[in-house]
Structures are given as structure tokens and as C-alpha cells.
Design a protein around this ligand. Sequence first.
Ligand SMILES: C[S@@+](CC[C@H](N)C(=O)[O-])C[C@H]1O[C@@H](n2cnc3c(N)ncnc32)[C@H](O)[C@@H]1O
Length: 116
Amino acid sequence: MRPAEYKMAEGGFGNGNGGAIPGNLIVAANTESNSDYIWSVKAAGLPVHPARIPAALPETFIKFLTRRKDLVFEPFVGSLTTAAVAEALGRRWVASECMLEYVLGGQHRFFKRMAA
Ligand SMILES: C[S@@+](CC[C@H](N)C(=O)[O-])C[C@H]1O[C@@H](n2cnc3c(N)ncnc32)[C@H](O)[C@@H]1O
């Protein structure tokens, strides 16, 4: 029994995996093929970032490691995924990205799609 009162299985860390990298710790589908971000960025004639991460990834760590109003720093923000998640969770954020067009596209994460 661990201090947080969860129970570890006998030998739970005892498997000999020959140094293999463990399986995923966070499982999150990257199914953003029809998102507002993509729709909006394409409509603006900007490139869709080719290596976006699922929002569940920064969301997990922001919730785990920060409180509301804390400052989240993302040095490789790309399409602003981490920034949008941080803002939605009530955190302040600062980010850097070397490709201006990705930031210009990423700002669309903060726009609401206009009703037709
Ligand atoms: C894997 S992508 C990040 C994608 C981002 N998490 C998202 O969901 O859109 C890494 C980003 O780091 C940027 N990058 C690479 N080197 C950089 C540097 N030295 N300073 C700032 N940004 C950099 C790349 O342009 C790229 O957009």
C-alpha cells in the first residue's frame, strides 16, 4: 500500500522487459481532421501545422502540475495547442515558436467559428 493509499500489485515493477521502452502512459486519439482549427486555418490560406499534439497531452500535465492562474510556458508551441488548453483551464501562458505562419494559424484556436 502506497502513501496515497493505492495498492501496488506484488511484483508490479518486476517484469524483465530487456530495457524496452514502456508502452504509452497517456493514450489520446489524434483525431482532429475536421476541427475548427483546421477549417479556419485553411479558410485563411495558412498552413495547417503538420505535427500537432492531441489537446489531452498538455491538458494532463497542466492539470497535474499547475493551479489556476499559474503561468504555463511552451517553448515549441507550433499551432498553439498548449496555449489554448492552458487558457481554457484558467492558466496564463507564454510561448515561443520560430515559424510565424504556425502562430498566425494557431491564433484561430481562439476564434469561435461564425454561424452560417
Ligand atoms: C512538434 S512541433 C509542436 C507542435 C505543437 N505542440 C502543436 O500541437 O501544434 C515543434 C515546433 O517547434 C518549433 N521549433 C523548432 N525549433 C524551434 C526553436 N528553436 N524555437 C522556437 N520554436 C522552434 C517548430 O517550428 C515546430 O512548430
